[in-house]
Design a protein around this ligand. Structure first.
Ligand code: ZN
Length: 274
């Protein structure tokens, strides 16, 4: 990482900087815009706000602000969930807001050393929190996950989650456990969630998914054997779908699940026209 402080003070801010504001895990939005300038903020920023550098170019920086007070009314802004901005902002800004949210949460939850309880300090040059008492370094963490579309001929297996009240069907997904390769996780999760054995696992694409801090690795996997039996605490419903009669599925514009579905449809159509 380059030589720069990642945790800033108010004196280090400049008029050309842009800001992403969070209060109580929600993002401040006005007219579908999430970036603010110093002019708009300066009166309302207090020393208690955490200022976290996200990006720096020669001319300006993008800074995540974790507000201690709700200033949304002063800015005529709304407090929105991070998830809700997926639907109106572009991918670049969404990634930026996702990084901001994850770093803010990470700083908040690592104020003290997990070994000895001493208050942590910011490393001078790196995005790291340090315990001076036991010389431990804490780095921002992500949780790797696999997401997979199971295919059988021209059909795909889509499932509805039992955990949240989803009105759409999507791919299966799960966290990679310690000691597993992503491919092993695909085998295990598919067996656990729908009782199906898969083969020919193929990596397609990945996505940072900040809910709260996942890295999604997307795969296509072919059906090998087994009858679908959904695991009821995870899966409300799971079925084979023909590419021409799909239920409501996630958009390829916002999620790797949508991209996996689109990739498979394109591959099937290509073999049909060849
Ligand atoms: Zn310690």
């Amino acid at each position: 990482m380059s030589q720069q402080a990642h945790f800033l003070s108010i004196e280090q801010l400049s008029a050309s900087d842009s800001f992403i504001l969070f209060y109580s895990s929600q993002i401040l939005v006005r007219d579908q815009h999430i970036l603010w300038n110093l002019d708009q903020l300066s009166k309302h920023l207090t020393d208690s706000a955490d200022l976290i550098l996200l990006e720096r170019t020669d001319e300006s920086s993008v800074i995540a602000v974790s507000l201690e007070e709700d200033i949304s009314e002063h800015l005529q802004a709304e407090l929105n969930s991070l998830r809700s901005i997926l639907f109106f902002t572009d991918q670049e800004k969404f990634l930026l807001a996702g990084r901001a949210s994850q770093l803010i949460e990470w700083y908040k939850s690592h104020r003290f050393c997990g070994t000895c309880g001493t208050e942590t300090t910011h490393h001078r040059n790196e995005r790291t929190l340090v315990c001076d008492a036991c010389s431990l370094h804490f780095f921002p963490r992500i949780s790797p996950c696999v997401i997979m579309l199971i295919t059988k001929g021209d059909q795909m297996l889509l499932a509805k989650s039992a955990r949240f009240n989803a009105n759409f069907y999507s791919c299966l997904a799960g966290f990679i456990e310690i000691g597993e390769t992503p491919e092993q996780t695909v085998h295990r999760e598919v067996m656990e969630e729908v009782n199906v054995k898969v083969k020919n696992i193929r990596y397609i694409s990945s996505q940072s998914w900040p809910f709260p801090s996942q890295l999604m690795l997307g795969f296509l996997a072919e059906y090998e054997s087994g009858e679908i039996i959904p695991e009821p605490t995870e899966i409300a419903d799971a079925k084979w779908y023909d590419i021409n009669s799909l239920p409501n599925v996630p958009s390829e514009k916002i999620s790797v699940a949508g991209k996996l579905i689109r990739t498979f449809i394109d591959e099937v159509k290509k073999t049909q026209t060849d």
